[in-house]
Write a protein that binds this ligand. Structure first.
Ligand SMILES: [Zn+2]
Length: 94
């Protein structure tokens, strides 16, 4: 039996407004979702959480330890593009 799409009515994609949200692990203690339409990842119950400086530092450290941008993003709950931005601001690759 194929996996049915799960439409959530309490969670809506902030990017495209779709209700097709799939669970996508956790960010901290919060359940994260990924939009089935535009693939944007987000956390319900609030806007995108702005990463504090300590989150960025951690992300940069993880990246410098050899994790890929997407892996770091997945660990911290941010997009690879966001992580790339932190790394760039910090002064780029080692
Ligand atoms: Zn979407």
């Amino acid at each position: 039996m194929a996996r049915a799409r799960v439409y959530r009515h309490d969670v809506r994609c902030p990017g495209c407004g779709s209700n097709w949200m799939r669970k996508d692990g956790f960010s901290g203690s919060r359940q994260a979702y990924r939009c089935g339409d535009c693939r944007r990842r987000h956390l319900p119950g609030g806007a995108y959480l702005r990463p504090g400086p300590e989150v960025k530092e951690r992300g940069i450290d993880l990246y410098l330890e050899g994790n890929s941008l997407s892996a770091v993003g997945r660990i911290l709950g941010y997009s690879a593009a966001a992580v790339q931005g932190w790394v760039k601001k910090r002064g780029g690759k080692p």
